[in-house]
Design a protein around this ligand. Structure first.
Ligand SMILES: Cc1cc2nc3c(=O)[nH]c(=O)nc-3n(C[C@H](O)[C@H](O)[C@H](O)COP(=O)(O)OP(=O)(O)OC[C@H]3O[C@@H](n4cnc5c(N)ncnc54)[C@H](O)[C@@H]3O)c2cc1C
Length: 429
């Protein structure tokens, strides 16, 4: 007996409309009015400004200065700066949703914006949750008000260089960049690799270790180093496969003096934050959630013959294409479901399962972003890899997420396996 498909969209010869990409959070996700307003702002900027420029930044491996100017004008450099310091006062979840939306349009802008927002989020709401002495809190209040004022009033840009090549950025050894206490501040010596925003940031949020005997990860300091500090320099080439607009070159610090107020967190607090607020390391996944959606959206448009700049040839009628799109859709919704659940669970001292879910979410988004982009290329076919179209850039950018420390895809699995089998404090067998 024939099945009546008249109520199934697209199945019964309805008049054809253009594919309308869904909101990054999917339909029906409960956003506050403020979140919806900010998301609409990010979507407009992404669609009208960041997306059209993305190919040029990628081709030139140049920093998205114009896009940062737009972020500045829209107040988004201060997105997570608390309102009492003049910022927009957005929380972690709001940031994650906005960054994912921006990632749909320009991966490099979204990823570098992440590096700028993290210092504001970490020294802002995240630090409010940490245990501090009264003196530490008063000192931190003085320090962060200075950093926040620079961002909100002067439009300064911060970066987030951790990586040194080795176990430190994985959280398994103290950072090799050392800070010696001197009168009125600190002297920094060391080297950071893959420092996104190199040459574009005004301040670099450098993680380093207080130089004393028997140094440990507990001695980590978090310092904002001005780009014009004597002894600070940028070296090396930046010509990578993907995320080319991040311009992540090497920073070299040779006896760089920073004053006490350069501290973005009080002494010892980074260690507490890393252990008690683990979702602080998931912020990178937002960009890749956006890239996954972008690869999917491209595929739907392409198979419907609706990609601007490509011939309006339909390929959607082939069952093999439909199966591949279904696979991509399932993976995208799996990633989105975990992503949205996880961003709602970010807090101090999450439960063991919330922590494990954060690793699982980060792993899933990073791996699926690339898997969805891979399927997109295979499904759309040869013409889709032309550099005149965005898919090959999305594919190359999506490859980078799983490589990013401290939660590379491998290290997420490493942590899940270990923490699922051992309760906190249990020794190795
Ligand atoms: C586009 C892009 C932008 C970046 N921007 C920044 C930035 O702004 N700031 C920043 O700090 N970093 C940044 N990074 C760097 C990133 O986080 C890594 O540090 C970088 O990819 C270097 O990796 P590596 O090969 O040197 O890692 P290695 O330390 O050599 O590790 C190689 C691999 O081994 C595994 N591994 C490492 N240590 C351990 C361990 N102890 N136990 C088990 N497995 C381990 C990991 O899975 C890792 O992927 C960026 C990277 C990319 C790709």
């Amino acid at each position: 007996m024939p099945v009546d498909l008249s109520s199934v969209p697209g199945a019964a010869g309805e008049p054809q409309a253009q594919y309308a990409p869904p909101p990054i959070v999917g339909e029906g996700y409960p956003l506050t009015d403020r979140q919806a307003e900010l998301l609409a702002l990010a979507a407009d900027l992404g669609r009208e400004k960041f997306g059209p420029r993305a190919a040029r930044y990628d081709r030139e491996a140049s920093f998205p200065f114009e896009s940062f100017e737009d972020l500045r004008s829209a107040g988004l450099l201060g997105l997570c700066v608390p309102q009492r310091y003049g910022g927009l006062g957005a929380d972690y979840a709001t940031y994650m949703i906005l960054d994912a939306e921006i990632g749909r349009h320009c991966g490099a802008t979204a990823l570098t914006w992440n590096m700028h927002v993290c210092p504001t989020l970490w020294s802002g709401t995240l630090c409010d949750d940490l245990d501090m002495t009264v003196e530490q809190r008063a000192e931190h209040e003085r320090h962060r008000s200075l950093h926040f004022e620079r961002i909100v009033k002067e439009g300064k840009v911060y970066a987030q260089p951790f990586s040194e090549g080795g176990a430190a950025a994985a959280g398994k050894a103290p950072f090799g960049t050392l800070a010696d206490k001197v009168e009125g501040g600190w002297l920094l010596n060391g080297r950071k690799i893959f420092a996104s925003l190199s040459g574009a940031a005004d301040y670099y949020g450098v993680l380093c270790t207080e130089n004393k005997p028997d140094r440990s990860v507990r001695d980590t300091l978090y310092m904002a180093v001005p780009s014009d500090a004597p002894g600070f320099s940028i070296a090396g080439e930046w010509d990578p496969m993907g995320m080319r607009g991040t311009v992540s070159r090497t920073l070299i610090m040779k006896d760089v003096f920073v004053p006490d107020e350069a501290q973005l967190m009080p002494r010892g607090l980074y260690f507490q934050a890393a252990n008690r607020w683990p979702h602080m390391f998931t912020t990178l996944s937002a960009t890749y959630m956006g890239l996954a959606q972008a690869a999917y959206d491209f595929t739907i448009r392409y198979l419907r013959g609706e990609v601007p700049g490509a011939p309006p040839v339909k390929r959607r009628m082939y069952p093999t294409k439909q199966i591949a799109v279904a696979q991509m859709h399932v993976q995208l919704e799996q990633a989105r479901a975990l992503f949205l659940r996880t961003i709602g669970e970010a807090k101090i001292d999450p439960s063991k399962n919330e922590r494990l879910r954060a690793y699982a979410s980060h792993y899933t988004v990073m791996e699926y972003a690339n898997e969805i982009a891979r399927l997109a290329i295979r499904t759309c076919g040869g013409q889709s890899i032309l550099r005149s179209l965005p898919l090959e850039r999305i594919y190359r950018d999506s490859r980078c997420g799983a490589l990013m420390l401290p939660w590379t895809a491998e290290l997420c699995l490493d942590r899940i396996g270990r923490e699922a089998l051992y309760e906190y404090g249990e020794a190795d067998d």
